[in-house]
Ligand binder design. Structure first.
Ligand code: MRU
Length: 364
């Protein structure tokens, strides 16, 4: 995607700069567009843990490069396995992270140690290219859903979409998942408008989705997380579209905390609730999302404090709860498949069921 006319991906390598890994520091957006240079697996792990880099597909891609950086330092079997475990443990819910590390190890284990560094960069590059292509395909399949909604409305009238968290290009290598169809719909002239859930506690919607959509010229309005049900009751949402961190083989969907409540409200108001994902987000080993998907518990300080830009233009953090109040911070929830209208994958759309997923991915 482009920033001020210049095309970027969310992760890239600088061969002239020691083959280091470059990302945008997502903790600084939307106020400052800072590029971070990562030179070791430890740098990568820190960036993932602190959410300088985030979004399920992107953390997988960056972790793959993290393994390449680790191998530059030491490419023995023992070192490679240890660093893979360290990188895979940085965040627990998004399956793309484990998928990417497993794919890297499967590729690298048979190779002699002295061939591993080049092979690791090449494989991580392929993971990135495939992610970008898959998300572009998701965009095309999701676009036809938006076109179908447009056909049910008076010509030219506004199509209101609602999204939660950030599943845009900054959460993937390129395009995004939930936002890819929206970019394509906007680009072909459909009158789309996006309700952007602020997505407390870290505000990925208010900070990142709003920034992405604004940079691309897509009309959008940021809303409090609790406003979606009200808007749906008043006919102001035509479709909910979200990304996901892990989908079970039965179609349960783990995504940013609060997604489940949006799905309940959508069901109650007959609003279609679609989930966009590359197949790297499907965990074929899991059947019951509520009981089997590990939910990341993050620091209570993300609840008790909020970050932003103050009146002097300085980025700062302020406390919003009384001293001594305890805070709990589950970062994801699981939306049961029965609340999901359908899944948008790179191979097309399907029902959120085992049969639906197998019809698109028969090799599984
Ligand atoms: O905690 P985050 O910001 O990494 O959570 C991100 C989400 O929940 C996204 O919706 C999900 O990763 C899909 S990204 C295409």
């Amino acid at each position: 995607m482009k920033i001020n006319g210049t095309p970027y991906r969310s992760v890239w390598i600088n061969e002239k700069d020691g083959w280091s890994v470059h990302i945008f520091d997502q903790t600084r957006l939307p106020f400052s567009l800072d590029i971070l240079q990562l030179t070791s697996a430890q740098d990568v792990a820190h960036a993932i843990r602190t959410m300088q880099v985030r979004g399920a597909p992107l953390i997988g891609a960056v972790a793959a490069y993290g393994l390449a950086l680790a191998l530059r330092h030491e490419s023995s079997d023992t070192a490679m396995e240890e660093q893979a475990v360290m990188l895979a443990a940085t965040r627990p819910t998004a399956i793309n992270l484990r998928w990417a590390i497993d794919r890297m190890l499967a590729h690298l284990r048979p190779l002699p140690a002295d061939k591993r560094v080049a092979a690791a960069y090449a494989e991580a590059g392929r993971i990135c290219d495939e992610d970008a292509a898959q998300n572009e395909a998701i965009g095309r399949h999701g676009l036809s859903l938006i076109r179908d909604i447009a056909k049910t409305k008076p010509a030219g009238s506004q199509i209101n979409l609602l999204t939660h968290c950030n599943a845009g290009w900054i959460a993937t290598v390129d395009w995004g998942t939930a936002l890819a169809p929206i970019y394509m719909a906007h680009d072909e002239g459909l009158n789309v408008h996006v309700w952007v859930d602020e997505t407390r506690p870290r505000n990925q919607g208010a900070a990142l989705t709003a920034w992405e959509l604004g940079s691309h010229g897509v009309p959008h309005t940021v809303i409090a997380d609790n406003a979606g049900g009200h808007l749906m009751q008043h006919g102001q949402v035509d479709m909910v579209i979200v990304g996901t961190d892990r989908v079970t083989r039965t179609g349960d969907v783990a995504n940013k905390i609060g997604t489940y409540l949006k799905a309940l409200a959508a069901q109650d108001n007959a609003v279609p609730f679609w989930v966009a994902l590359p197949s790297t987000t499907i965990d074929w080993t899991v059947a019951n999302g509520v009981t089997e998907i590990p939910i990341e518990e993050r620091s209570g300080s993300e609840i008790t404090h909020i970050s932003g830009r103050d009146e002097r233009g300085t980025l700062s953090k302020v406390q919003i709860t009384p001293d001594g109040s305890k805070a709990a911070n589950p970062a994801f929830d699981v939306t049961p498949a029965r609340l999901v209208t359908g899944l948008i994958t790179e191979r097309g759309c399907c029902a959120a069921t085992e049969d639906g997923l197998k019809s698109l991915f028969p090799e599984q």
